[in-house]
Design a protein around this ligand. Sequence first.
Ligand SMILES: *Cc1c(COP(=O)(O)O)cnc(C)c1O
Length: 390
Amino acid sequence: MTKVAGEDLIRRLATRAVHAGHIADPLAGAVMAPIYQTSTYVQQGLGKHKGYEYARTSNPTREALERNIAALEGGRHGFAFASGLAAVDAVLKLLSQGDHVVSGENVYGGTHRQMTHIWARHGLEFSFVDAADAANVAAAVTPRTRMVYAETPTNPMMRLCDLQAVAAIARGAGALCVVDNTFATPCFQRPLELGADVVLHSTTKYLNGHSDMVGGMLVVNADDLAEQIGFIQNASGAVPGPFDCWLALRGTKTLALRMRQHDANGRRIADWLTRHPKVSQVYYPGLPSHPQHDLACRQMSGFGGMISIELGSVERARHLVERTKIFALAESLGGVESLIGHPASMTHASVPPEMRRAMGLTDSLVRLSVGIEDVDDLIADLDQALEAAG
Ligand SMILES: *Cc1c(COP(=O)(O)O)cnc(C)c1O
């Protein structure tokens, strides 16, 4: 008899992170999911096989990752993609020409670029609104609205969107509510429980957590929606390879542990930055000074390691990002190592300047992805770089 922990035993997040989705390996009893590095599977006879025919359609390593992340989000079906933007591409393929989408204006730059430069050309219509006020989302809904797309907290302004309110607006309009949960992760925010239909991730970030692969994920509860997404995943084919799935799966096992440290370090550093004379503004939902701190406390159970700061001058911002020694100057976020970036010229260069200005994303804004290093070393690094930044 094989012993595999059932659903009834793996209830809480840290336990799910380690165990959910695993199936006993019949060959050797491997404790970790093996990497099934194969494109196809032998068939015993015509139409007789073990449920696997071709690896674009299904791969056991990928399925282990899909089950694991679905369980973390409290969803019934997970679908892995080759990148976060491939997951965005797949979710928008649920729509048809003439359909309308209400999206937060401050979504990930690449998501905005895909919507406006690719999907608008293929006949989808978009309204971009400041989703920090749910009334703006409601006001943008038209009879053709089929999707509400939200990201919270947003990148890099750390604005929040009331997921319960926005999901209710979507439901009332007969539209799908899609939430990009990349920043908060299922450790700190549970969109499906707040009424969302689809949770989207760039697994490249916190879920993998080690900055060594690129991937995406969609999680849903409804069976009919899962069937449509499964069809798109196979028919469009933007699937991740088994090795990247295995890396992401290794990453999720320590998610609860890592997020606890990102959160503790993030809180300490955000608080320290508010008292630094060269920093004019700190954007972090865990600060009581954040305009939506109440919503953050209601909707999130932690605030993580993403912090943006306003330096007041482009030169000072440049000097800071070029002088930190532990915080590496790089795009991306969510890894164990601390990173520093300049959104206006890096991650958000594809967002039109007037739109950047309207959302407060200035050329003197710097974004930190606080890692899991010793927080006193991180503060010392920021301190010396700010000191030298003039
Ligand atoms: C990085 C990111 C994406 C895109 O994911 P890729 O894996 O880079 O394609 C989407 N949303 C958010 C919030 C991100 O940070």
